[in-house]
Design a protein around this ligand. Sequence first.
Ligand SMILES: Nc1ncnc2c1ncn2[C@@H]1O[C@H](COP(=O)(O)OP(=O)(O)O)[C@@H](O)[C@H]1O
Ligand SMILES: [Mg+2]
Length: 290
Amino acid sequence: MKLLILEGFSKIPNNTGKSYSVLRLLEEAKKIDVETVRTNKYDISFEFNDDGPAIKVQGRDIKEFSHIIFRTNFASINFGFSFIGIAKANGVRILNSDSYSMILGDYSKLSQMAILANNGIRIPETYVYGSAERLLKTCNKDKYILKPNQGTFGEDIEVAHQITCEYILEKYWSENILVQEKLPNKVDFRVLVLNGKALGIMQRKAPEEQLVTNYSSGGVVSAIKNRKLEDIAIKAAGALKCEYAGVDIMFSKKDEPLILEVNRNAQFEGFEKVVDVNVAESLIKHLTKE
Ligand SMILES: Nc1ncnc2c1ncn2[C@@H]1O[C@H](COP(=O)(O)OP(=O)(O)O)[C@@H](O)[C@H]1O
Ligand SMILES: [Mg+2]
């Protein structure tokens, strides 16, 4: 058994980044004697020749690895598509593999919403327009927020008041924005789901004068229990075929839980701090069990 942890976005070729989740996974893997290699895209090469398609990771054949965990949105950028295809063909077990098979390159918020809505799962009122002009005609109001379709960490989310075409085109690609009803409170919930069960719930509160609650943006976190939220999160993760997911939920004006997004590479630093669960250990054990 040999585990590969892939961090695609690191700008540092020699894997010296300090990602909390990666360090925790390495720590827990070591405890149960799972040999682990941490790498990123700089260490990967593709070879197509008479021996067939191959991937080399730090010069070693991908076949040497039995399991892969992505700790990045790597799968949806650059050579993610080719990487996953060849790794799977070589029998490597990838965490969230079924989800990558369903949506690989365009795991955007819009794609998630389409699948959630098609499965009868409640999401906030949301609009996506093909042009900035069309967007402005309909939605230039304080009751909406703008959110990048491919965003993360709560970045570039703002209330949609007094926006202009120029502003939108400068800040976002027009077709890459969600216009979403502004939900009424400054608290949301992150449920971690693993293998069809909830690991727990982290409540996140936005700091004063801030819209977003993300832990990475200074959200104040605490643990809560709520069976209904867990059940909804499990359903949402299931619809997107995720074995492991961080599901973000906010309540509507009518107190109805709505799914904001289903993260396939959910970080768990804040979660492990406040919820009494060893996420890293649970992940490794789940992935490497027979
Ligand atoms: N419709 C909304 N109304 C109010 N706040 C929102 C809304 N959508 C998102 N937020 C806030 O922004 C944060 C980030 O939104 P999310 O959809 O999870 O995108 P990201 O991928 O950036 O985390 C949420 O955790 C929440 O605090
Ligand atoms: Mg989020």
